[in-house]
Design a protein around this ligand. Structure first.
Ligand code: TNX
Length: 848
């Protein structure tokens, strides 16, 4: 008997191996432990699915649907406490001893599939993993490899936020969005339902909130904003919609935490019910430039209104938390409002931040009265910490606010914008916010929300206050291009999911990237997500561009005329021999509607400097590099591991047949990666070019780096810029003369019909295409929404070209032109206008 047992134990040991197991099933988020067996279990339409007798039917339906959609089989489902032999069995095991109630075990062997957990939620998680196994790259349709998984999350709170105010996303989209979160085991959907630019929930007692406050447009109480035009734009959810979404989410194991943005960010409320705002106050602006967007604290009726609103919330949302915001409040109105001042006197307040604290405290009490707990952004701790023990802090401005909150005994969600805000741009040239950082997926993934080092400064009791993590997607810039909300969300939310679920010690970027690109991007495609793919890299060296796809199997397409590659562009298969590397653009394309941002070919360095080797002078023949007229740049890039701050470029000159084209002696620090411009003209066959550089390192600190010689695809002719509008002296119009991508100009105030900006060239310029851009580069803020462009050949007669389309347009002149003018035809509803330098293609009129 004993011997038999040992034998069986050995056999089990032999049939499972844990070596590199995760890699083949590629589950995201990565489970705690996976052992692979040898063999497979086959699923058919006849394989019985037996769910625990107590299992929720709506969740059961969801699971059947998962099989149908992902595995192409629809197992017959029943609810029973008797397991089916050779079937898929899911059992609730009350005393399943795993560290989390959401944990589960999943075992596949010749006898079938067995999932166990203490809860419905845990079983759902098991099925979500099983579905990923069935859709791994290596999977064969309908067959499940023998496997043994034990799994549970690192954090109980794994959330993400979506702002439906700045852009409205309808019920059907929200439902899809939640479905995708569920597949990643993200269990909280934080619904940012109200903000300055739209109120999105029907409130029974206050119909104007949605009759007026849900709409923007020329004739609405809310002005156009964030890409919406004079046309009526907006929408809201009825109670029925919300109940449907809540039930849908619950069946997938996702809770919904609704947010009401108060007392700031409330332009939509004040627009609908003006009495809510403060009385007799001068117009002042919030951080986002919004006026009249603050609740009056001294008006008692406001708390009655909040009681009703929160009553509606509590009725609609069963989740234990309601988020009451409290961020970025413009407190200036409170200083001059008679009601607020009266209240301050009564309460003995000396500072308006005490009003903020008073307001939040009162709303917290209202939330509690309705049987819910309150959450707020980290600013709510500014005035004090006398909240109910359950009141939760969402630390968004920096990790230090999370540490502060847990120290004060608050349950805390870690979500610093610098890592967790997926409204941030994903690279320097992509659309998106950048106030916190450029948030690449790798940067996001690298973040450890609760590092072990915290244990040194915090007590075990305080450490328990870290309930989890969230990411956030504010929607200011999601109005375009189409499906940008998905592009911003995935695959970054896959990284968020793993951060929330997987222990830090088991997280590794390379391993994640492998699972993601080998299997998970295909799953995202299957689920219908228009995610952002990874761009290729391209190097130009010795007359040819060589492209490296971002991962095995990625399809890269290219365009040779500076256009964005499309699904119809040629596929890259071998190095491209060309003299015009700077005109090529590359993109990765997925199976359906997915693509990466575009990449350009980088030129291989012409040389390096290296202080260790004493190489601080470069003198070389660059005849082979300079093959044509144009603007050439010499770029310096100090290697990343070097932080020498005092080394500089002392002299640099480029010679054409021995004559200097230009010479610089300006001691620019190498740490700033300086660029030097040389305008090369009249290149003739047989011309010789040479480049001489000297570098100084006065403090003798190590420095090394690469020097490249790049050709610009644009002309950069001498230009003067003037305007009818006063300039902001920190962003002067003269910024537009240097043709640098990132320098731009701002007006001091608002623009109005009849205003203009004029670019005049010293000499007529011959270009086949000129791009005119307004707004902050890559960030569609302060763009000109109503206007057009004119240009002139003779400096006298202006010809009208296209209207600006959300801030940009282009002209394709038929003769050399002397000037370009932007003409404003209406307000952009923003406090100012931003204008960028022209992009003038090097290509001449008629040139191919
Ligand atoms: C800050 S995050 C805000 C939002 C903006 C967001 C843009 C927070 C509590 N407030 O109102 O939309 O930045 O990233």
């Amino acid at each position: 008997m004993k011997i038999r047992k040992i034998l069986i134990a050995t056999l089990i040991l032999l049939s499972y191996s844990s070596v590199m197991a995760q890699t083949s099933v590629d589950i995201i988020p990565r489970p705690v432990s996976i052992e692979m067996g040898s063999g497979e279990f086959r699923l058919t339409d006849k394989t019985p699915l037996v769910l625990d007798k107590s299992f929720d039917k709506a969740k059961g339906e969801y699971i059947v649907g998962l099989f149908t959609k992902n595995a192409g089989v629809t197992p017959p489902v029943s609810y029973s406490s008797t397991m089916a032999k050779g079937g898929i069995n899911a059992r609730i095991v009350a005393d399943k001893s795993l560290p989390s109630k959401e944990g589960y075990t999943l075992k596949v062997d010749a006898g079938g599939i067995l999932i166990e957990s203490a809860t419905d939620r845990g079983l759902l998680n098991g099925f979500k993993s099983l579905i990923q196994i069935l859709t791994a790259n290596s999977s064969v349709k309908g067959s499940v490899p023998f496997i043994n998984i034990t799994d549970y999350p690192r954090f109980e709170w794994r959330g993400t936020m979506l702002d439906v105010s700045r852009q409205f996303f309808d019920k059907d989209f929200v439902i899809k969005y939640i479905d995708w979160l569920a597949l990643h085991k993200i269990n909280i959907f934080h619904w940012h339902l109200t903000d300055d630019n739209g109120w999105r929930v029907d409130i029974r007692e206050y119909p104007e909130l949605t009759r007026k406050g849900a709409w923007r447009g020329a004739n609405e109480v809310l002005p156009p904003a964030y890409g919406s035009s004079d046309k009526r734009y907006g929408g809201f959810y009825t109670h029925e919609d919300i109940r449907e979404v809540v039930a849908y989410a619950a069946a997938r194991g996702v809770d919904i935490m609704p947010e009401i943005e108060i007392p700031g960010h409330s332009r939509a409320v004040v627009g609908s019910y003006p009495a809510v705002g403060c009385e007799n106050v001068e117009i002042t602006k919030s951080v986002q430039g919004e006026i009249q967007n603050v609740w009056c604290v001294g008006r008692e009726e406001n708390f009655e209104m909040l009681d009703k609103i929160i009553g509606n919330y509590a009725e609609l949302f069963p989740f234990e938390y309601i988020h009451i915001a409290g961020d970025e409040v413009n407190m200036t109105p409170w200083k001059n409002c008679p009601h607020c001042q009266q209240l301050m006197k009564e309460q003995g307040f000396t500072d308006v931040t005490q009003l903020q604290y008073y307001f939040v405290r009162r709303v917290e009490q209202i939330v509690n009265k309705h049987g819910r707990k309150a959450g707020g952004w980290n600013e709510i701790l500014k005035g004090g910490n006398d909240f109910e023990p359950s009141t939760m802090i969402f630390a968004w401005q920096d990790v230090k606010y999370a540490v502060d909150a847990v120290r004060k005994g608050r349950p805390t969600v870690v979500m610093p914008g610098q890592y967790m805000y997926i409204d941030m741009a994903q690279s320097p040239t992509e659309r998106g916010h950048r106030w916190a950082a450029i948030v690449t997926i790798e940067r996001l993934y690298s973040f450890d929300p609760v590092p072990d080092s915290f244990k040194q400064e915090l007590t075990p009791e305080q450490m328990k206050n870290f309930v989890g993590i969230q990411s956030a997607l504010f929607s200011e810039y999601l109005d375009r291009p189409s499906r940008f909300v998905e592009y911003q969300s995935y695959p970054r939310l896959a990284a968020v999911a793993e951060m929330g679920w997987t222990a830090q010690a088991d997280r590794n970027w390379n391993d994640f990237y492998t699972r993601l690109t080998r299997s998970h991007l295909k799953r995202l495609t299957k689920w219908g997500i228009a995610f952002r793919d990874f761009p290729p890299s391209a190097i130009y060296d010795k007359g040819a561009i060589t492209v490296t796809p971002p991962y095995t199997g990625a399809v890269v397409r290219y365009d040779s005329l500076m256009n964005e590659p499309t699904f119809n562009s040629p596929i890259y298969t071998k190095p491209i021999v060309t003299g015009k590397y700077e005109e090529y653009r590359f993109k990765t394309f997925g199976l359906e509607h997915t693509f990466s941002p575009q990449a350009m070919a980088e030129k291989a360095p012409i040389d390096h400097w290296n202080s260790d080797l004493g190489k601080m002078r470069v003198s070389r023949d660059v005849t082979a590099d300079i093959n044509k007229d144009g603007v050439w740049y010499v770029n310096f890039a100090q290697d990343k591991d070097y932080d020498n701050k005092s080394a500089t470029v002392t002299t640099i000159s480029l010679l054409q047949n021995g004559n200097p084209i230009a010479q610089y002696e300006d001691n620019q620090p190498l740490i700033n990666n300086p660029k030097y411009k040389f305008t090369v003209e009249n290149v003739a066959a047989g011309d010789k070019f040479s480049l001489t550089i000297t570098i100084a390192d006065p403090n003798d600190e190590p420095t090394q780096g690469a020097i490249t010689l790049e050709c610009s695809p644009y002309q950069e002719p001498q230009v003067t810029v003037s305007s009818s509008m006063e300039e902001n002296t920190r962003f002067p119009l003269s910024n537009l003369t240097d043709y640098r991508q990132q320098t731009y100009a701002r007006t001091k105030g608002e623009c109005k019909a009849g205003d203009w900006v004029l670019y005049e060239f010293a000499e007529p310029i011959n270009s086949s295409r000129i791009e005119v851009l307004t707004g902050i580069p890559n960030q569609p803020e302060y763009t000109l929404t109503d206007g057009y462009v004119e240009y002139t050949f003779d400096g006298q007669t202006f010809h009208r070209a296209a209207e600006l389309d959300y801030g940009t347009t282009f002209i394709e002149p038929t003769q050399p032109i002397k000037a370009v003018k932007i003409v404003v035809t209406g307000t952009n509803n923003r406090p100012l206008l931003a204008i960028q330098g022209l992009k003038i293609l090097r290509k001449k009129i008629g040139e191919k």
